[in-house]
Design a protein around this ligand. Sequence first.
Ligand code: SF4
Length: 80
Amino acid sequence: MIQGVNLSWRKNASCRGLDPAIFYPASEEDAAEAKAICAGCLVREACLEYALVNRERDGVWGGATEKERRRILRHRRKTA
Ligand code: SF4
């Protein structure tokens, strides 16, 4: 299966039904609430991988902010 196309993990997302605004904070500093929810989410890894593969630019995915995802991608490129 092509990674990024499988979205079945979303049905187990802890953010399901919550206000999406929580996951699109105005700044990195305002991401604490979203990160706390992601920390207890069963599909955190799948969510983060989805965001990385699809180059999601905005919001908190898998507990990582946009800046943190850029850092992860940079690190992966260096170690690939
Ligand atoms: S890791 Fe966070 S953004 Fe991703 S599905 Fe879980 S709660 Fe939602």
